[in-house]
Ligand binder design. Structure first.
Ligand code: CA
Ligand code: CA
Ligand code: CA
Ligand code: CA
Ligand code: CA
Ligand code: CA
Length: 697
C-alpha cells in the first residue's frame, strides 16, 4: 500500500465503485476524479507516538458528551473528552486494545462502568473503573492473567443474563476468554481451579496474526480480525462451540487487505453496522445483521492508513496513526451521512440500551449425563412419574443421532436404548390396553425411517430396563422395523394426547408442515395405529403439547408462532393463533412446548430459542405472558446454563429436596464441564419452584 502513503489524494469510495476494496482487486486503487472527501471535525489535543485501539464511553444523560479512551502501547492509556481535550494520561503500563461495558453489578448492589485493556508486557488484562464526574475519571482496578500477550481485547455482556466476559486475541493467533465479576475492589474470574487460579472459559486458536476483536452483545457474535486473512464471526458465549463464519477476506477472495481494527454501530431493531479499519482499503462498512453484507467503504482525508477506530454516540473517532504526530480524529455522523448515503448512521444506541428487560434468571439445579454423539444430538425430553416413589421417576431424552435415554433425577443415565433417530418423545401414563391392563405408553418420531416408534416405560430395577420397545402391529407397519409409517414429509415434532374417553393419540408433524393425528390401540400383540386426522401449517412446525383436560393442542410453527387446535379428532375447527413470533418476547425458532398443570395453576411454556429464554403463558388468564426466564449456570455447582434450547418438559409434583414443586427440563445446545471444556449435549434440570419464585407466580 505504498501507493497510498505517497498519495495526498484522499477519496471517498461508495459501495464497490471506484477505489478501495473494489472488485477489480487492484492493490493500488486509484481515487475517483472529483470524489467527495470525508473531512474530520477535530483532532485530539495531545499526540502520542503509538496510538492504537480506542473505546468510547457514551454519556447516558448528556448525549454526545462522550469520553474517548485510547491505548497508547508503551505510553499507556489516555482519556479525552468529546472535544478531544486530554483529561487523563496513565503512562504506568503498556496498553494494547480497549473496550467498555456499562452497569456492571457490584457486591453492594451498585453498578459501575468498566474499561478493559490488554497488558501485553504482563500477559494480562487490565481494568479501569470509569467515573466521568471525577477529575481523573479512570481508576485502575488491577489485572487478571491472560495466558496470552493480548494484541487487543473485547468485552461481552450477555444482554439476557448480564454475565460479563473478556476476550483477548494475540499476535500468534490465540483467543482466550474469561468470565468476570467485580468483587468490590477488582475484577476477578468467576471460574477458578483448585489452586485459586483463574480458568479461561474458552481458548482456541483462530489462525495467524490477530489484530482486534469486538462482540455484538445483542446477537452474541464475536468478531475476530485475522490481519492477513479476514474477519471471522464466532459465537460470543463462553459455551459456544458452533463453527465460525468468514465475514470477509483479503483480496483476491474478498475485498480486504490488512485488517487492523473492528467496531460496531448499534442501531435500533437490529440495525447498525460492523466497521472494519483496513490499512489497505480504508474503512469498510458491513450490515450488523444477517450474514454481514458489505455496504460501503470510505476513506478519510489525511488518514493514510485505516488502523483504529471507536464508535461514539454522534461521531466516529478514527486513529490517524501514520500522521507525523499521531492523533485521533472525530468524524461526526452528520458529516459522514451527507457523503455516504449507502450506510446512514442514525440513532446510535449505547450498550446500556441493549439489555433485554424483564428476563428472570434461574440457575440450573442439575444436568443429565451427556449424550453419546457429538454435534446437534440431544433434542427433546419427557418425564415418567413413578406411581408411588417420586424419587424413582425418570427423565427421558432423545439423541436424534442414535437412540432414546432414561436418566434418574440426579441426571445419571439409567439406559441408552440405541436405534433409530428419535427426534421428539412424549408419553402418557395409565393408558388402558385392550386386556384392561394399564401401561405407560411412549412414542418417538424416528427420522431414520419416517416412523413413529412406540415404547412402554416401566420402573428401572436391577433386572429391568425402563424403556421397552412395543412393536407396532396391524396396518402401516414399516418393513424394517415394527414402527408406524408416517405420511408426513420428514417426521419431526411429536406429542401425545389422551382423549376425553381415555383413547391415546399421537400427533406427528413433518418439516413440510403436515400434521397427522394417530389413534393408538394397545393390544397384547403390540400397538395398532391409524390416522384419524390430517392438517397442515404453512411452514415448519416442531414443538407441540396437548392438554388432556381442556382438549387443546398447542403447536409451534418455528418462524411464526404458536397455534391452538382442538385435539379431539372429530373437530374440524380452524386453529387460532395463540402467540406470534415478535422478535422480542417470542424469538424464532419457537421450539419445545410444554404444559404445567398442578390442578390450580396452568401454564404453557415455550422455548424461545432465538433469545435463549422460556416464555410462560398463563392459561388461566387468557394465555397472557406471566413471565420470561433464562436458565443460567452455577459455577460453584459446576453446572452450566441452558441455551439454544430445543425440547423442554415440565412436570408438577414433589421430587425430593431439590425439587419441592416440579422439575423443568431443557435441552442444552452447549454443554460444558465445570472448567468450561465443551462436551456433548445434554439436558438441564431446574427446580420449577425457583422459576415460580423469580417470576412471582
Ligand atoms: Ca476496541
Ligand atoms: Ca417431549
Ligand atoms: Ca427445530
Ligand atoms: Ca428439535
Ligand atoms: Ca450450556
Ligand atoms: Ca455441564
Amino acid at each position: 500500500m505504498t501507493a497510498w502513503r505517497h498519495s495526498l489524494y484522499v477519496c471517498l469510495c461508495l459501495a464497490l465503485a471506484g477505489c478501495g476494496g473494489d472488485d477489480s482487486g487492484s492493490d493500488s486503487p486509484e481515487p475517483p476524479d472529483g470524489g467527495e472527501r470525508l473531512a474530520t471535525e477535530l483532532v485530539t489535543s495531545a499526540s502520542f507516538e503509538d496510538i492504537g485501539d480506542a473505546a468510547v464511553w457514551m454519556n447516558p444523560t448528556t448525549p454526545g458528551e462522550d469520553l474517548l479512551a485510547v491505548a497508547l502501547e508503551g505510553d499507556g492509556l489516555a482519556l479525552f473528552d468529546h472535544n478531544g481535550q486530554l483529561l487523563q494520561h496513565d503512562p504506568v503500563r503498556a496498553v494494547l486494545g480497549a473496550d467498555i461495558r456499562y452497569d456492571i453489578a457490584t457486591p453492594d448492589g451498585q453498578r459501575i462502568d468498566l474499561l478493559a485493556v490488554g497488558l501485553p508486557e504482563e500477559g494480562a488484562f487490565g481494568f479501569y473503573r470509569i467515573q466521568p464526574g471525577l477529575n481523573e475519571p479512570l481508576t485502575y482496578l488491577g489485572s487478571l492473567p491472560a495466558t496470552i500477550e493480548p494484541e487487543s481485547v473485547c468485552l461481552h455482556k450477555n444482554v439476557t443474563t448480564d454475565e460479563l466476559s473478556v476476550t483477548g486475541v494475540s499476535g500468534s493467533g490465540r483467543v482466550v476468554q474469561y468470565k468476570l465479576r467485580y468483587d468490590g475492589s477488582g475484577v476477578v474470574s468467576t471460574v477458578m481451579d483448585d489452586t485459586g487460579q483463574p480458568v479461561p472459559v474458552r481458548r482456541f486458536s483462530a489462525g495467524g496474526e490477530l489484530s482486534d476483536c469486538v462482540v455484538d452483545d445483542k446477537t452474541a457474535t464475536l468478531y475476530v480480525a485475522e490481519e492477513e486473512v479476514g474477519v471471522w464471526a464466532y459465537g460470543a458465549g463462553a459455551e459456544d462451540v458452533k463453527g465460525r463464519r468468514l465475514v470477509d477476506s483479503v483480496y483476491p477472495l474478498g475485498r480486504l487487505q490488512e485488517i487492523e481494527g473492528l467496531d460496531l454501530i448499534y442501531g435500533g431493531a437490529g440495525a447498525g453496522y460492523l466497521v472494519v479499519a483496513d490499512e489497505g482499503v480504508g474503512f469498510s462498512v458491513y450490515e450488523r445483521g444477517g450474514e454481514n453484507a458489505h455496504v460501503t467503504t470510505f476513506q478519510v482525508e489525511g488518514i493514510a492508513e485505516a488502523e483504529a477506530l471507536a464508535i461514539g454516540a454522534d461521531a466516529f473517532w478514527l486513529g490517524n496513526t501514520e500522521a507525523a504526530e499521531p492523533v485521533y480524529e472525530k468524524l461526526p455522523y452528520s458529516t459522514y451521512n451527507r457523503a455516504v448515503t449507502a450506510a446512514p448512521v442514525t440513532d446510535v444506541l449505547s450498550h446500556r440500551e441493549l439489555e433485554v428487560p424483564d428476563v428472570k434468571l434461574v440457575a440450573a439445579t442439575a444436568e443429565t449425563d451427556e449424550v453419546d454423539d457429538d454435534g446437534d444430538a440431544a433434542d427433546d425430553p419427557a418425564f415418567w412419574v413413578h406411581p408411588s416413589d417420586p424419587a424413582k421417576s425418570l427423565v427421558l431424552g432423545t439423541n436424534k443421532q442414535g437412540g432414546l435415554m432414561a436418566y434418574d433425577l440426579s441426571g445419571n443415565e439409567v439406559q441408552y436404548l440405541e436405534g433409530g433417530e428419535p427426534n421428539n418423545v412424549d408419553l402418557r401414563q395409565n393408558v388402558t390396553g385392550s386386556d384392561g391392563q394399564q401401561i405407560t405408553l411412549a412414542a418417538a418420531s424416528n427420522r431414520e425411517l419416517n416412523t413413529i416408534a412406540l415404547y412402554r416405560i416401566v420402573e428401572a430395577t436391577p433386572d429391568q430396563q425402563p424403556i421397552q420397545r412395543l412393536p407396532a402391529v396391524g396396518n402401516h407397519v414399516h418393513a424394517e422395523a415394527a414402527e408406524l409409517v408416517s405420511g408426513v414429509g420428514e417426521v419431526y415434532g411429536l406429542c401425545m394426547y389422551k382423549g376425553f374417553d381415555g383413547t391415546p393419540y399421537v400427533f406427528v408433524n413433518g418439516k413440510d408442515g403436515q400434521v397427522e393425528q394417530w389413534r393408538l390401540r394397545v393390544t397384547q400383540q403390540g400397538v395398532a395405529g391409524e390416522v384419524v386426522r390430517r392438517f397442515r401449517l404453512d411452514s415448519q412446525p416442531e414443538g407441540c403439547v396437548a392438554d388432556d383436560h381442556s382438549g387443546k393442542l398447542y403447536l409451534g410453527e418455528e418462524d411464526e408462532g404458536i397455534w391452538t387446535y382442538e385435539a379431539e379428532p372429530l373437530t374440524t375447527a380452524d386453529p387460532t393463533r395463540f402467540a406470534a413470533v415478535d422478535g422480542s418476547t417470542l424469538v424464532a425458532d419457537v421450539e419445545g412446548l410444554t404444559l404445567y398443570d398442578d390442578g390450580t395453576n396452568k401454564y404453557l411454556i415455550a422455548s424461545s430459542q432465538g433469545n435463549n429464554t422460556y416464555v410462560v403463558y398463563d392459561l388461566n388468564n387468557s394465555g397472557s405472558v406471566a413471565g420470561v426466564f433464562a436458565i443460567i449456570g452455577d459455577d460453584e455447582r459446576g453446572v452450566d446454563g441452558a441455551s439454544d434450547t430445543d425440547g423442554i418438559h415440565v412436570v408438577p409434583g414433589q421430587f425430593g429436596e431439590r425439587y419441592p414443586n416440579g422439575i423443568f427440563i431443557a435441552q442444552d445446545w452447549y454443554n460444558v464441564d465445570g472448567e468450561y471444556a465443551p462436551g456433548n449435549q445434554n439436558f438441564k434440570l431446574t427446580s420449577w419452584d425457583e422459576v415460580m419464585q423469580v417470576l412471582g407466580l
